[in-house]
Design a protein around this ligand. Sequence first.
Ligand SMILES: Nc1ncnc2c1ncn2[C@@H]1O[C@@H](CSCCNC[C@@H]2Cc3ccc([N+](=O)[O-])cc3CN2)[C@@H](O)[C@H]1O
Length: 273
Amino acid sequence: MEKKGKENGVAAMAACYQRFDPAAYLQYNYTPPRADFERKDSIVPWKLACLHRAFTEGDVSGEVLVDIGSGPTLYQVLSGCEVFNKVLLTDYLEVNRQELRRWLQDEEGCNLDWTPYLQHVCKLEGRRPSAWMEKAAKLREVITDILPVDVHHPQPLAPDALPSAGADCLVSCFCLESVSPDLATFTRALGHIGRLLRPGGHLLLIGALGESYYFGGPGVKIPVVPLNEAQVCGSLKESGFTLIRLEVYTLPQDMRVGVDDVTGVFFVKARKD
Ligand SMILES: Nc1ncnc2c1ncn2[C@@H]1O[C@@H](CSCCNC[C@@H]2Cc3ccc([N+](=O)[O-])cc3CN2)[C@@H](O)[C@H]1O
């Protein structure tokens, strides 16, 4: 019974994602107020600051960075692209991989202008904002693949996707809790992606606290397993990670815009045992 229940939950979740709408999702979460670079308390600048610090404080290095569950967004690797010379983006849905490919190939039809993001991260790096074009070129140089991924598989990526030693660093933002029907499935998925990482490699994990649903498009209500900090820390420990740092952002009232019921966002830096 238990096994059947687990498979049903994951299958039901996969069915929800067939209606995911990248353009709407980007609009909901990656435009003001949640992405307002003039506001100190906006969520996206907070996330970019966490990622910038984590990638540049000296302990993260290597060849290969993998972003798990990229969705249609690039912000996750704007700092990491300066540290790694091979970056892999991944997502479960072809519509998201297509959105990413459109930007990478500098094609028409992108659903979001990433320029303000590139300019903001250049500022964090102490560069002039006009260096954003160099950062865009750097991204297009180091992002070598956009691959399918399924975190519910013990081997989430194709066998030949990574060097045998594994990736040197993983980043994953708002994915695991949004694709797992319950905490046990979240923890199992964390273990699956952990197996992609070499021992001593780093995991940078951003996710939602207290979220039970979000809209992945107009009328596309997707269930989420609500997490608290203690559960995140417990899952990391159970999946063979040592926590280095946990930071939490609590959403001000005007960041609660009706597209989900998120109360907070966590940022984790951890190392694979
Ligand atoms: N089995 C699977 N394996 C891997 N990826 C999978 C799988 N199934 C679906 N996916 C893939 O995972 C998905 C990743 S996007 C998930 C959205 N997460 C919730 C959303 C995000 C968000 C953003 C910003 C803020 N904020 O406060 O600023 C709050 C929130 C909270 N709401 C999607 O790309 C899907 O395509």
